[in-house]
Design a protein around this ligand. Sequence first.
Ligand SMILES: [Zn+2]
Length: 411
Amino acid sequence: MKKYLIIIGLTLSTTLSANAQKFEDYFEDRTLRLDYTFAGDDILQQIYVDELVSLPHWYGRRERLEELPLRGNGQITMRSKADDVVIYRHSFSTLFQEWLATDEAKHTQKSFENVFLVPYPKAPVEIKVELFDYHNEVTNSLTHTVDPKDILIRKAGERNITPFEVLHQARDTSRCIHIAFVAEGYTNDEMDHYLADCKAAIGSLFRHEPFKSMQDRFNIIAVKPTSEESGTSEPSKGIWKHTALGSHFDTFYSDRYLTTLHLKRLHDVLAGTPYEHIIILVNTEHYGGGGIYNSYNLSYTGGKYFLPVVVHEFGHSFGGLGDEYTYGNDDPMYFPDTEPWEPNLTTQATAFIKWDNLIKEGKAGLYEGGGYLEKGVWRGCENCRMRTNEEPEFCPVCQQALVQLIKFYTE
Ligand SMILES: [Zn+2]
């Protein structure tokens, strides 16, 4: 499926950072959920604070807090007001930015929900949100102050928690990657079916390296919100259903693009469960899915491509990997003057190449075509999970990038 991925970067930050700061110096063992509205059109965008939410426990990293593993299409930077040092950074991609590349964004202003999780500060902080364009330029930013004692920060996740089951326990749950599956379009009678789909997806994930040999670093739960109706909405057929997350096909009028735009509802369902990375399983036989870096992975479950698709989309949503296939060459998102932040694509085939070490070892090369373009974007190997559903593995370039990322979160 085509992903309207926007490629962005950022010049190196020269801001002061709190080197080797201790988590306990600045944060409580809680999560601050930041809800924003991103609004506008392809010319002008705005960012607004929607709501702040306090959740029990923090399930993200407790080391390397001021570092970023990947640039992403947007970033959040949290600074301590007392000593003006960066105490946490986070990067992400959004459906809003994908939408900005569509025709609709040329003549309509729309708003999108966005939700991000950061550790809960002990003292007032300044939070900056930035969005980037195709050429590494900041297109929009918002800076606001958060006082952790603000009485209007809504407390959630302390009771009425959505039922969930632990399906795979990490060796050390205090230093692991927390993944939550979420049921979408499964009725109460279909929960056994959902759990079987979760287990099949975990099996598929752990058949792929490097997840296979690093599986003890992952903690995986299945969250079980029930849907009133089975399946998902298919607007092109006039079908709209009442489901837990309000997902639908035809996102941005692209028939196979299955997403949910209801990020707040998604995170309300997850409140109080141990989660950071999200995999939504949609109970439909209609092929589709999508993966947005550090937002969510969503996959159909009712067909023969479910198992490769859920891993491919996890490559996007967790790994920040780009698509290695070509697709029509329209509306390019990669340009010769800008190196993609995705670790498995390059536009600089004659200069420094990200996977130089693998080329020297004879494990990778340079293959033109990727990021939806036949020319001007190169990948490292002939085939990969990020290129076709038939290939059974991630290529060595993607595997290397995933190992680095897993280590970033867990070491
Ligand atoms: Zn690859």
